[in-house]
Design a protein around this ligand. Structure first.
Ligand SMILES: Cc1ncc(COP(=O)(O)O)c(C=O)c1O
Length: 383
C-alpha cells in the first residue's frame, strides 16, 4: 500500500534525541525547546516562537493571547480541519463559518464581511493543504473592522505570500507538527508572533500561568494550561527545521508532478494556487466532477485501494458538524463550495519522499489506465 503520508526523518533527529535521553533532559526544560523555538522563529521570519504539545492547543493558546473569550465571535473557513473550530469553542467564543473559494479552497474573502457582527473579534486564516490565503484581502477587511487576524498555518510550513513566510502574515499564528506535516515532531505545535506582548502571554498561559518574569511563589492569578512541549519532541523539531527547505522542496516537487500527470484527465479538478503565493503542497487534493470523470468519489477510493493506494476523504464542512451545532453555532445558510469539496474531494499520497514512478502510477490508476490494463490481460487470457 502506498500510504497517504509517512514522516521523513533523515537528519539529526536520532542524534539530538539520543543526547536528550542521555543527559536526562526529557521534559520541557532542556536546551532543545529553546533551540527549536529560535530556529523555527527564524525560519518563519518572525521574532518569537513558543513550542507547545500539538497544533490544536497552539490555536487555543493563540486565541487566548488575543483575549478571545465568551460572547465573542471568530470568523473561520467552513472548509477546514475540525481543530480550527474547536480551538475557538475552547475559549467560549463562537466560530462563524464562511464558505470556501471555488479555486483556492481557502476561505472566500469576498464572503467574510457578510458574517461580521458587533461581536466579531478575529478572522482565522487557514492555509488549506499548504496554499496561503488571500492575505491582502483579509488584512483589508480586518483593518476596516478593527479585527485581529490569526493564522492556522498547521498545514503550511514555509509557504510564501508576497515573499513572506506563513506565520508572519498575522497578529499571531499556530503550527502543527503532527507526523504527516511538512515538519514533524510526532505530536507538537508552535505559536509564532512578532509581538513581544503576545509572546509573553503565550509563555504565561502555556505553563499554568506561572509568571515567566517573577520568582516562583506558587500564587496563580489566572487559570492556565499545561501545553508545554517536551525536550524530546523539540529535539526532533530542531533537526527537522534544519532541513525545512529540503523537505518543502520535496512536497512542492510532488505537487508539480501530480499536476503534470493529472492535467488532462476529464473531471479531475485541482486546487489552484493563490496569486502571489507559493503553495507547499502539504497534501495533494483532487476534486471530482463525477459526471465528467465517469466514477463517483467512493468508486475512485475503491479503485485506488484495489491498486494498493491509500487516500483520505476531504473534511466535512463545519456547518454540518453536530458538535458545533450543539455548541450553538449557526449552521444555516448555503455553503455550496464546501459541500461540493466534502462530497467529491479526496487527497492522494503526499509524503515528501514519494518517487516520481509512484506518483505516475497513482495518476495512471486515476486515469483508469491500470484497470484497463488488467481488463485487457484478463481478456487476453480468455477469462
Ligand atoms: C488546519 C489544521 N488546523 C489544526 C490542526 C491541528 O493540529 P494537531 O493535530 O497537531 O492538533 C490540523 C492538523 O492536522 C490542521 O490540519
Amino acid at each position: 500500500m502506498i500510504p497517504v503520508c509517512q514522516p521523513f526523518l533523515n537528519g539529526n533527529e536520532l542524534k539530538y534525541v539520543d543526547d536528550a535521553v542521555r543527559t536526562g533532559w526529557i521534559s520541557s526544560s532542556g536546551k532543545y525547546v529553546k533551540a527549536f523555538e529560535e530556529a523555527f522563529a527564524e525560519y518563519c521570519g518572525v521574532k518569537y516562537a513558543v513550542g507547545v504539545c500539538n497544533g490544536t492547543v497552539a490555536l487555543h493558546l493563540a486565541l487566548t493571547c488575543l483575549g478571545i473569550g465568551k460572547d465573542d465571535e471568530v470568523i473561520i473557513p467552513d472548509f477546514t480541519m475540525i481543530a480550527s473550530a474547536f480551538s475557538v469553542c475552547y475559549t467560549g467564543a463562537k466560530p462563524v463559518f464562511v464558505d470556501a473559494d471555488e479555486k483556492t479552497w481557502n476561505i472566500d474573502a469576498s464572503k467574510i464581511e457578510d458574517k461580521i457582527t458587533p461581536r466579531t473579534r478575529a478572522i482565522m486564516a487557514v492555509h488549506i493543504f499548504g496554499n496561503p490565503c488571500d492575505m491582502d484581502a483579509i488584512h483589508e477587511i480586518a483593518s476596516r473592522h478593527n479585527l485581529f487576524i490569526i493564522e492556522d498555518a498547521a498545514e503550511a510550513h514555509g509557504a510564501l505570500y508576497k515573499g513572506k513566510k506563513a506565520g508572519s502574515f498575522s497578529d499571531i499564528a499556530a503550527f502543527s507538527f503532527f507526523a504527516n506535516k511538512n515538519i514533524t515532531t510526532g505530536e507538537g505545535g508552535m505559536v509564532v508572533t512578532d509581538s513581544g506582548h503576545l509572546y509573553k502571554k503565550a509563555l504565561y498561559h502555556k505553563n499554568l500561568c506561572f509568571d515567566p518574569d517573577a520568582p516562583r511563589n506558587y500564587i496563580h492569578k489566572d487559570i492556565g494550561f499545561n501545553y508545554r512541549m517536551s525536550n524530546l519532541h523539540a529535539a526532533i523539531g530542531l533537526a527537522q527545521t534544519e532541513k525545512a527547505d529540503e523537505y518543502k522542496e520535496m512536497r512542492i516537487r510532488n505537487g508539480k508532478l501530480y499536476r503534470k500527470y493529472l492535467k488532462d484527465i476529464k473531471g479531475i479538478i485541482l486546487q489552484e494556487d493563490q496569486a502571489d503565493a507559493e503553495n507547499v503542497f502539504w497534501m495533494n487534493g483532487i476534486l471530482l466532477d463525477p459526471k465528467k470523470y465517469g466514477r463517483t468519489r467512493d468508486e475512485l477510493v475503491h479503485l485506488l485501494k484495489e491498486n494498493g493506494i491509500d487516500s483520505r476523504l476531504f473534511f466535512v464542512g463545519m456547518h454540518r458538524q453536530p458538535s458545533l451545532l450543539n455548541f450553538g453555532c449557526n449552521g444555516t445558510g448555503d455553503y455550496p463550495v464546501t459541500d461540493n469539496l466534502a462530497e467529491n474531494g479526496l487527497y492522494l499520497p503526499s509524503a515528501g519522499n514519494l518517487k516520481e514512478d509512484e506518483i505516475k502510477y497513482i495518476c495512471d490508476v486515476i486515469r483508469g489506465q491500470k484497470a484497463e490494463d488488467r481488463r485487457q490481460k484478463t481478456e487476453d487470457r480468455g477469462q
